[in-house]
Every structure is written in structure tokens, then in C-alpha cells.
Design a protein around this ligand. Structure first.
Ligand SMILES: [Cu+2]
Length: 152
């Protein structure tokens, strides 16, 4: 289970059914994750997208990655219009500040999941998000992502 043995240590792991929060080492910054979802891939496909909202109280943090047991790989993607075409690009990170929560959603910046195993709408899977704070410390937050039907 490579996904469950990340190289990044030490970490703070905090799990909750509906949203998750993790204090940093200083106990001042609080990260809150809510509304996590993964779109059920179309039949025969193992590629899909997902989203969530991250807000932070205190110092800014940076989302630098995500993993889930439900997918081989999760990337951070931007979505933009380029010459009338929707363009997705992988990015290394997304910033989160008190003034600017991070929203990952369908049709916007999003999580891109590759090698997705069988998942069914209505169930949920844990997604582990890795953040860095301004001191360079890594913080992990686990959130339950709801599996939702493909957009109709
Ligand atoms: Cu994408």
C-alpha cells in the first residue's frame, strides 16, 4: 500500500466524516476542508475529477498534493479557456489564505484522479491532502470525499 506510506513525516493526521481540521505545530493555523467530492468515472474509464473547499485561519498554507486509496495518482489541475478551448494544466501547488479560500470544483481548478478503482456514487473515500506552512512544515489533512454521479 504505497499510498499509506508517504515519505513526508512528521505529519498531523486528523479524520472526520464531514470536514477536517488540523492545527500546525504552533497551534495557531487551522485548516478546514469541506465539501470534498469525486466524480464517479464513466463506465470503462479510470480518469476523473474531484473538488473540495479549503479555508484557513491564521497563517497562509499551500496545498502541495493529494492521495487517495481510490486512485493511483492525484494531480492538482487548473482549468482555463484558451482560444475557446477548455485547457487543463497540472500545477505544483495552490495557495490558501484567510482572505482567499481554495475552491476546487467542476469546470474550475480541480483534483484530477488517475487509475481510479471501482467507486460508486453515494459512497465515500478518504482523500489525504498535504499542505506546507510558511515555515516549510508539512501538514496532512484527511477528508471524506463523497462519490457523486457524472454531470448530466
Ligand atoms: Cu484535470
Amino acid at each position: 500500500m504505497r499510498f499509506l506510506t508517504p515519505l513526508i513525516l512528521p505529519t498531523i493526521l486528523f479524520m472526520a466524516a464531514c470536514g477536517a481540521a488540523a492545527p500546525t505545530a504552533e497551534g495557531e493555523t487551522v485548516i478546514e476542508v469541506s465539501g470534498a467530492f469525486i466524480v464517479e468515472p464513466p463506465a470503462g474509464r479510470d480518469l476523473t475529477g474531484g473538488g473540495l473547499t479549503v479555508s484557513v485561519q491564521g497563517e497562509p498554507v499551500t496545498l502541495i498534493g493529494a492521495t487517495t486509496a481510490a486512485a493511483r495518482k492525484v494531480e492538482l489541475h487548473t482549468m482555463s479557456m484558451d482560444g475557446g478551448m477548455m485547457q487543463m494544466r497540472q500545477v505544483e501547488s495552490f495557495p490558501v489564505t484567510e482572505a482567499a479560500p481554495l475552491v476546487l470544483e467542476r469546470g474550475g481548478n480541480h483534483l484530477m484522479l488517475f487509475g481510479v478503482g471501482p467507486i460508486e456514487s453515494g459512497s465515500s473515500v478518504d482523500v489525504i491532502l498535504t499542505f506546507t506552512d510558511e515555515s516549510g512544515s508539512e501538514i496532512e489533512v484527511t477528508t471524506a470525499a463523497e462519490i457523486v454521479p457524472p454531470a448530466g
